[in-house]
Design a protein around this ligand. Structure first.
Ligand SMILES: [Zn+2]
Length: 90
C-alpha cells in the first residue's frame, strides 16, 4: 500500500516576519518527525520550499536512519496537513 503520511502534531518553530520565512515541525502518526520550510507569498499565502526528516526514527519508507529524500514526495500532502493545524503565522 502506498505510504500515507498522517500529521498528528504540528508547531511553528521559527518565524521571521521580516523576510516571510517560517518553519513548522510535524509529527506523523508513525512517529516520523519532519521540518518544513516555508516562504510567504505576496498574497499572504504560504509556499512550502523544503522538507527534512529529523533523524529520530528511521525513514518509514526506505528504513534508512540517515539522509534520504523519500519525504519530498509527500511534501504537499504533509504541508497541507501541517498548515491546517497551525495556520499561517503572522
Ligand atoms: Zn527514506
Amino acid at each position: 500500500m502506498a505510504y500515507q503520511p498522517q500529521v498528528v502534531d504540528a508547531r511553528v518553530v521559527s518565524n521571521n516576519p521580516k523576510n516571510g520565512l517560517f518553519e513548522i515541525v510535524v509529527k506523523l502518526k508513525d512517529r516520523t518527525e519532519c521540518r518544513l520550510m516555508y516562504d510567504k507569498e505576496a498574497n499572504g499565502g504560504a509556499k512550502v520550499t523544503h522538507i527534512n526528516r529529523l533523524y529520530k526514527e528511521p525513514c518509514p519508507i526506505c528504513r534508512k536512519d540517515f539522509l534520504c529524500n523519500c519525504m519530498s514526495r509527500f511534501i504537499d500532502d504533509i504541508s497541507a496537513q501541517a498548515l491546517a493545524k497551525t495556520g499561517t503565522p503572522e
